[in-house]
Design a protein around this ligand. Structure first.
Ligand code: CIR
Length: 272
């Protein structure tokens, strides 16, 4: 198991294509603005890279409007990568596209074959375990196959619930450090974080719960100032990144990258 589940040497992102404005959304709150999306994405990549990590930027995929949300296609652990099986038909093909990329970093890449489904947005890896939330996209069969695939690396997989109406488990929570989780009250009240310290978003700012701890930074959506202050007061270095356009597609800070430190890299220069 990883020594620190928020220390990473690498990240992979996928550029937003023009088609991103046609991405899936649970509620239509208006069309994302492409240029603003691109600007936010650049700021996000710069934040990742500023921590010293190598960031691999993949080209946009014209056939897949949601492919900028690359997190959902795989889970990268130090020992190997697991290719996901997205739970919505328009995203299924994205998983196959990430496989050859991850094989450039890992000797061991395994694949969820189905019939179950599971998406990276439902998986929170902490120091001691991997929590997987059942959701509209991740079902019991998908979790079971994931459990079997990761057992060889010694991981403890715990199945938890995503609140109804919430897209992904991590829509409502983020790992801040080895023992601390940022989580909405509606999620934490299920008791799934017993044994962890939990920080809640300030009331009214629940939509900021999807952040990422990436090396020294907490990469955090802009426009949630009270919670940003709460995190800074707790000692975290918070980097705020615009997320207004991705949020219209139910996307947040975690969705936009795969973050990892492969133990046995077959190639590490990330030039793809
Ligand atoms: C979707 O519905 O699949 C995308 N519009 C948003 C995916 C967000 N991904 C994530 O939370 N990991």
């Amino acid at each position: 198991m990883t020594e620190q589940s928020y220390t990473f040497t690498n990240a992979i992102v996928r550029a937003p294509g023009r088609n991103v404005v046609g991405g899936l959304r649970s509620v239509d709150v208006g069309q994302p603005d492409f240029d603003t999306f691109v600007r936010h994405h650049r700021d996000y990549v710069a934040a990742l890279a500023s921590t010293g990590a190598h960031v691999t930027e993949l080209e946009s995929l014209d056939a897949f409007p949601d492919s900028v949300f690359v997190e959902d296609t795989a889970l990268c652990l130090p020992e190997g990568a697991v290719i996901m099986r997205p739970g919505t038909p328009t995203r299924l093909g994205e998983a196959a596209r990430i496989t050859p990329i991850l094989k450039q970093f890992y000797d061991d890449v395994v694949t969820i074959e189905g019939p179950g489904s599971i998406e990276g947005g439902d998986i929170l890896t902490s120091e001691r375990e991997i929590l997987v939330g059942r959701s509209q996209r991740t079902n019991v069969q998908g979790i079971e196959e994931f459990r079997q695939l990761t057992a060889k690396w010694g991981y403890e997989v715990r199945e938890v619930n995503t609140p109804p109406g919430v897209l992904h488990f991590k829509t409502d929570c983020s790992l801040l450090d080895e023992n601390t989780i940022l989580a909405t009250k509606r999620l934490a009240q299920s008791g799934c974080f017993e044994g962890y310290d939990v920080i809640h978003p300030v009331e009214g700012e629940e939509a900021c719960a999807n952040a990422i701890r990436f090396n020294n930074l907490v990469i955090f959506p802009a426009n949630f100032p009270m919670t940003a202050t709460r995190l800074r007061n707790a000692g975290y270095e918070v980097r705020e990144i615009g997320n207004s356009e991705a949020a219209k597609l139910d996307g947040g800070m975690s969705c936009l990258s795969l973050r990892f430190s492969p133990v046995c890299q077959t190639s590490s220069n990330g030039s793809i």
